[in-house]
Design a protein around this ligand. Structure first.
Ligand code: CMP
Length: 138
């Protein structure tokens, strides 16, 4: 089934000039890019995006990090896009990520982990809508 998912190249990776490298991997893996932009989230915008994690002990630190600098938000489309993008990213904790995954190669810690991906169809719909209107998805 053709699906869409939201990918984020997080501030740690943008700061280290990894945007082009990660986008190249995305295209090489066969995803279509349906929308893409550079954003600098406010703390409140980061809190809204990660609202499902608001009770977690890392919420304040995560949202401070995600609002600390520019990020790139991207809508990816392919067959099985949600699972496929999560596989390309690797485990949340880079210490547990498989060789060849983006987080194994580029993440610095469980928080500064280079990329984000939606985890299910309902969260993908929420996360895509958080950044893009329907007319921006082309
Ligand atoms: P992400 O896939 O964007 O989803 C939630 C984010 O919270 C995750 O990547 C990490 O950046 C961060 N995160 C998850 N677990 C932890 C943790 N145990 N400690 C700190 N940050 C975490």
């Amino acid at each position: 089934m053709i699906e869409r998912t939201l990918a984020i190249i997080k501030p740690d990776a943008v700061e280290r000039r990894l945007t082009g490298t990660i986008i190249a991997r995305i295209e090489a893996e066969g995803f279509q890019i349906r929308a893409m932009k550079r954003v600098h989230l406010s703390k409140a915008q980061a809190e809204g995006f990660y609202a499902v994690h608001r009770e977690r002990p890392f919420f304040a630190s995560l949202t401070a990090f995600m609002s600390s600098g520019p990020a790139i938000v991207v809508v990816l489309e392919s067959a099985d896009a949600i699972r496929k993008w999560r596989a390309l990213m690797g485990a949340t904790d880079p210490a547990k990520a498989d060789p060849g995954t983006l987080r194994k190669e580029f993440a610095q810690s469980i928080e500064r982990n280079a990329t984000h991906g939606s985890d299910a169809p309902d969260t993908a719909a929420y996360e895509i809508g958080y950044f893009f209107s329907g007319t921006e998805l082309i």
